[in-house]
Design a protein around this ligand. Sequence first.
Ligand code: HEM
Ligand SMILES: *[C@@H]1O[C@H](CO)[C@@H](O)[C@H](O)[C@H]1NC(C)=O
Ligand SMILES: *[C@@H]1O[C@H](CO)[C@@H](O)[C@H](O)[C@H]1NC(C)=O
Ligand SMILES: *[C@@H]1O[C@H](CO)[C@@H](O)[C@H](O)[C@H]1NC(C)=O
Ligand SMILES: CC(=O)N[C@H]1CO[C@H](CO)[C@@H](O)[C@@H]1O
Length: 355
Amino acid sequence: MAITAKSFTFLLISSLFLVSCFCAKKAQNTFPIENGLSWTFYDYRCPKVESIIRKQLKKVFKNDIGQAAGLLRLHFHDCFVQGCDGSVLLDGSASGPSEQDAIPNLTLRAKAFEIIDDLRERVHKECGRVVSCADIVAIAARDSVYLSGGPEYDVPLGRRDGLNFATQEATLANLPPPTDNASAILRALADKNLDATDVVALSGGHTIGISHCASFTNRLYPQDPTMEETFAEDLKGICPTENSTSTTVLDIRSPNKFDNKYYVNLVKRQGLFTSDQDLYSYKKTRGIVTSFAEDESLFFEKFVVAMIKNVTAQRTDRQQRRDSCQLFGEKFRQQLSGVRGGRGSGDKVRIEMNT
Ligand code: HEM
Ligand SMILES: *[C@@H]1O[C@H](CO)[C@@H](O)[C@H](O)[C@H]1NC(C)=O
Ligand SMILES: *[C@@H]1O[C@H](CO)[C@@H](O)[C@H](O)[C@H]1NC(C)=O
Ligand SMILES: *[C@@H]1O[C@H](CO)[C@@H](O)[C@H](O)[C@H]1NC(C)=O
Ligand SMILES: CC(=O)N[C@H]1CO[C@H](CO)[C@@H](O)[C@@H]1O
């Protein structure tokens, strides 16, 4: 059928429209991103992935906004140890402790793992096993920030799930303790190509969530002179001994809201961890803390830049997407060797290889 001049013009105009809409969306995404990740990764494979996750998390947070903090921290732990590969989700095996078992992860919320697996089930029901657990964790972290009042941002996608969880050694080496001072934190994060602004901005993740006493009693017994006195007294009430098992909020001003109050706390010497408060004591980072305390939109802007930096990249070795985000490591490896050996995959555990 011949195309009339009229319909051709129509087509031309509508395609121009499409192109310009596309460009407008792309224009937000001028950040350089790591090899293999893409802004449009699931546009054809699973276009609803982000709306499924957003919708479900809205429900979850309506019940308990605290879960947002658990999910944000999960993403941070996943990414800092051997790249964002979903390995933080793997259950331990006889061969060694998993990331979950390594010390800093003792305080990850069990509920966060359940929420991820529930999201995975919903997403896979819609699209099949095309979406990785690591991407689900990354999207959930973004939604946790946004739905708690923080910035909205696009997440580059296409991470693949790792085969192995990290050893306890690797976990400890990659997640600095809260007792570290600012220069130690800066050094640790510089290894991941994060600069001082990134470090201060990412630490702003502590604007939501909770901590156990053990993470900061080093500053109470004996009392750290950089901690404001009434704040210290209140904390001693919550944690009467260094072995107390209670918890308290990370941001006393607005514990459940993703805002810049964390930095206001630091300026007023009411930061919880050494690794937080020292960002204000240390001259290289003090000015950055002050600027974020004064300007929330500046904090949001720098936080987003840091969140989608290199550190959130995938791993490049042989990967797969999991049928369950929380497989037992050993069972998982057996299953994989079954796949490699050409045996049919079992019902429960099927793995899609992406070589
Ligand atoms: C820079 C080094 C960091 C250190 C030393 C650190 C340390 C900690 C510690 C000790 C806790 C409390 C654990 C507990 O006792 O229950 C915690 C909680 C938390 N961290 Fe960090 N963190 C760091 C960076 C980050 C980053 C980059 C993010 C995210 C952008 C983040 C997000 C969180 C959140 C949301 C919580 C609360 C978790 C919950 O309520 O379940 N942290 N962090
Ligand atoms: C920071 O901690 C490191 C050890 O991790 C130490 O060598 C350094 O002296 C500390 N810096 C300050 C200013 O206390
Ligand atoms: C805390 O625990 C340590 C080791 O478990 C113990 O030696 C110490 O006496 C305890 N301190 C208090 C105040 O209970
Ligand atoms: C990402 O990090 C690796 C090392 O971890 C580094 O070699 C590479 O240049 C970084 N890429 C970008 C875009 O920063
Ligand atoms: C949230 C979570 O799974 N935490 C685990 C951390 O490690 C301990 C000890 O191995 C487990 O008991 C927890 O379940």
